[in-house]
Design a protein around this ligand. Structure first.
Ligand SMILES: Nc1nc2c(c(=O)[nH]1)N[C@H]1C(S)=C(S)[C@@H](COP(=O)(O)O)O[C@H]1N2
Ligand SMILES: [Mo]
Length: 222
């Protein structure tokens, strides 16, 4: 083979290895059982969609990254306020997960990039009395999850979807992703993560939605 041909093959091989490394990297970050490995991926009462719908209170705040801040505080040892640069300087992770909206649509295999809840927990160190996590958003929306749900491996504060920055309607510059609960728990335009000893039902929880929201148990309302 000529030098040129060898060089060409070498490049192809490098490319192949890089793509396999990437797949392995993503696989490693998946929780115990990947959504795609479930025998039945569609929770009861849900139907599958291809396009990603937009749902919110009708107010989609424009939050420039230069002004964006994320406060993480409450019942924690080390509260922090991250600006955009500091947020991006944290260890970055990718997860692929399914979205289940209480309005009955589900969308499979969404790839998210961002900062994991596990890293946030390591950083702020919740106090022993912390039991709940409340998300506060730039549009005034709030939603509550248990510390247990927040601690799951694939929970993320995401800035990207399918390799591209989130669009404004989907919560740019950053939103919560809590894959194991209905999507109303995944706060868009996130501004503050509050750890608390007491539970604080959020916008929809105060308006008849379930306090938790496990799609496999159909915890929709009440
Ligand atoms: N800040 C904020 N986050 C929010 C909402 C909202 O109104 N404001 N709506 C919730 C609901 S009910 C759903 S179903 C999802 C929708 O996210 P999407 O528009 O990216 O599909 O966002 C959730 N997060
Ligand atoms: Mo929703």
């Amino acid at each position: 083979m000529s030098d040129e041909e060898l060089n060409f093959l070498g490049q192809i091989k490098d490319k192949l290895i890089r793509s396999k490394e990437k797949t392995a990297e993503q696989g490693r970050h998946l929780t115990g059982e990947a959504d795609s490995a479930r025998e039945n991926r569609l929770p009861p009462g849900q139907h599958l969609v291809e396009k990603w719908p937009v749902l919110d209170l009708g107010l989609q705040p424009e939050v420039p990254t230069a002004l964006w801040k994320l406060g993480i505080d409450g019942a924690v040892e080390n509260p922090v306020i991250w600006d955009w640069e500091t947020f991006l300087a944290q260890p970055q992770q990718s997860f692929v997960s399914d979205v289940h909206c209480v309005t009955t649509w589900s969308r499979y295999d969404n790839r998210w990039d961002g900062v994991s809840a596990r890293h946030i927990l390591d950083t702020v160190q919740p106090l022993p009395e912390a039991r709940h996590v409340i998300f506060h958003s730039y549009d005034g929306y709030t939603t509550n999850i248990t510390l247990e749900a927040f601690s799951e491996e694939n929970v993320l504060i995401a800035h990207s979807w399918e390799g591209a920055p989130l669009t404004r309607e989907h919560g740019a510059p950053a939103r919560a992703i809590v894959p194991s609960w209905y999507f109303w728990k995944s706060a868009k335009w996130i501004k503050r993560i509050e750890f608390s000893d007491v539970d604080k039902p959020g916008f929809w929880e105060e308006r008849g939605y379930h306090n938790e929201g496990d799609p496999w148990k159909e915890q929709r309302y009440g």
